[in-house]
Design a protein around this ligand. Sequence first.
Ligand SMILES: O=C(O)C1=C[C@@H](OP(=O)(O)O)[C@@H](O)[C@H](O)C1
Ligand SMILES: C=C(OP(=O)(O)O)C(=O)O
Length: 425
Amino acid sequence: MDLQVEKVDKVCGEIKAPASKSYSHRAFIAAALAEGQSILRDPLYSEDTLATLQACEKLGALFQRFPDKCIVQGTAGYIRTPENVIDVKNSGTSVRILSSVAAIAPRANYTIFTGDESLRTRPMQYLINALTNLGVTIVSSQNNGTPPIIVKGGFDGGKTDIKGNVSSQFISSILMAAPYAKRPVTLNVKGKFVSKPYVNMTLSVISKFGIDFEYDTSNQPEYSSYYIEPQTYECTDYTIEGDYSSASYMIAAAALLKSDIIIKNLYEDSMQGDKVIVDIIRRMGAEVEVSETEIHIKSDGNLKAFDINLANAPDLLPTVAILMAAADGSSTITGVEHARFKETDRVHNCAAELASVGVDVEEFQDGLKISGKPTGGIVNSYLDHRMVMAFYVLGLKIGHITIQDAACYDVSFPNFLEVMDQITQ
Ligand SMILES: O=C(O)C1=C[C@@H](OP(=O)(O)O)[C@@H](O)[C@H](O)C1
Ligand SMILES: C=C(OP(=O)(O)O)C(=O)O
């Protein structure tokens, strides 16, 4: 499906941000690992989070899905080996976190994870190495460090190191499965630690499900250390907060256009790194009032250039790139080399597609230098949900944008188009 986007004048209304993708993945997995019945309130049912939910069902948990909640009968860690391979489609979070989880299945059985063409390029080697040191048998089927991944049951535990510069999902993965290792697990994250807020989100979820852990981050940037002893996840009643990454498209539209909009379900004390989008639009010139559970944005649509490091918020790269393209002057994004290993190489593809709509862009290894002015044109989405949603917002500002292969916003934000229609009427 191609999307034709035309200019609109203003953004207004009151809207609820969709539920967090990252918290939904973690809540589904923690509930699947818990003893007893958990209630997960306001979860996100998108293509990615459903990939995790269905994988957890194949590993033995029972899910009853309702629009506003999900009731999960957990496995208490006694997971079973699926009858067939598990296809997690486009979801990096699923393949990364569930690879460690599959290792707690009974010994001698194998779980196989695969996914779509993009997923089969996602790096896994650091996780494979770190789990191997913990007594797990795990291989990349083609021996090239990417999925398909084959995991044998059996997670001994012990001590392992991992480099933190490629994906925090490797660290979240080991932390989520560690309580069911035979022995305590010590995980040292070495060197640069990108996307760290996501690891803090993992710790927050496992702690809500009764898991105790210790950590020491005082030696950063050399290393950060995590320690978890054998224990059982407890069922709980857990509410999933709104998603700043998904909301970033509404927030960006509000900053770029004349606006007066309230976005609910965004928590002021959220641990999400992508919360920085609020500071970004403020620095660019929008007026933002933040209260405990919502934000109120007003803008005249004129934005100033600025520079930012997005190492802790890589999913904002496409959103911030289009904001910069519409701003006056020249702006720079740094710290996002790891965004090259997402659904697509987002550093390169953002540069290519901004150039194709008339923007001056310079690409470097860890970021982009961007100076306006976009004129419009045809945008290749590379089947990447965030490229679709970001360029859609740019289209609302400048008009005359056609986005190819645009249906993939389903991956994280199934009602994206309805929500955008609602606020631009
Ligand atoms: O753990 C998570 O939920 C995520 C971690 C981030 O990945 P990296 O840690 O690979 O940067 C982020 O890009 C992804 O969308 C979700
Ligand atoms: C990178 C993303 O997700 P994942 O790693 O789960 O595929 C994303 O949602 O932008």
